[in-house]
Design a protein around this ligand. Structure first.
Ligand SMILES: Cc1cc2nc3c(=O)[nH]c(=O)nc-3n(C[C@H](O)[C@H](O)[C@H](O)COP(=O)(O)O)c2cc1C
Length: 216
């Protein structure tokens, strides 16, 4: 009872938020995303590059988890993971994905719907080699999301892989993969204290971006 009361008293979308004029925006969503992303960095949003990747599992159910945005450019948004992970296997069966960002400090959400594909081996290897030692050791184990019977096994297995990396520092995990998401729809959502949120949708139609406002 007491906790429900606390939940009810929590505030949301209090602001103050930056202004967003949806009539004065770039013709493609990648550019607007970059503008918004630089704003979140300037405003000091904590971990602004954390995003939710949603995939579809073999039973047709959505599956979502938080990942790090590794890069973005005029072609798309990039994330990295093992292609042998649960999400990697799901992406192989169904490359349709969505990415969701929410930056509460400035009341902005971005929803990206599109298709993922693997980026070449060279960029994936570069991403792998930039990871910390333990992160590389874990990736080499290839056991992400498998049942861990005992945490001692985790420590021992990591140490084993670290030894391997010490003797061969340029080892790259064969399954490590940088994925690119090419968007077909991107929605920019600017929250408003009075709930008159501004929603701007870019959708691809006949190879052109169409812009539409949506009801809040
Ligand atoms: C802030 C944050 C960042 C993360 N970044 C990554 C990442 O870049 N790559 C990754 O594979 N998992 C990352 N994870 C872990 C995933 O959320 C997830 O637990 C893991 O990838 C297993 O997902 P799967 O079983 O659906 O494949 C991150 C988690 C958090 C909370």
């Amino acid at each position: 009872m007491k906790d429900t009361h606390k939940l009810k008293n929590l505030k949301s979308l209090e602001g103050p938020f930056p202004k967003f004029d949806p009539t004065n925006v770039p013709s493609n969503p990648n550019e607007l995303f970059q503008e918004w992303f630089y704003t979140v960095i300037e405003k000091g949003v904590h971990e602004p590059h954390s995003m939710t990747l949603s995939t579809i599992n073999s039973f047709g159910y959505p599956d979502a988890r938080v990942l790090i945005l590794k890069d973005m450019d005029e072609d798309g948004w990039y994330f990295a993971s093992g292609s042998n992970s649960v999400k990697g296997q799901q992406l192989k069966m169904n490359p349709n994905v969505s990415l969701t960002f929410y930056w509460s400090l400035i009341g902005r959400q971005v929803r990206i719907r599109g298709t993922s594909c693997k980026v070449g081996k060279e960029r994936s290897a570069k991403d792998f080699l930039e990871r910390g030692e333990v992160a590389r050791a874990l990736a080499l184990l290839g056991k992400q999301s498998k049942v861990l019977p005992d945490s001692k096994i985790l420590e021992e297995s990591i140490l084993e892989q670290i030894e391997r990396l010490k003797s061969k520092p340029n080892t790259v995990d064969a399954h490590w993969c940088l994925y690119k998401v090419t968007a077909s729809e991107v929605e920019f959502w600017q929250g408003d204290r009075e709930r008159k949120h501004i929603r701007l949708l870019y959708r691809m139609e006949n190879n052109k971006w169409i812009k539409e406002l949506l009801w809040p």
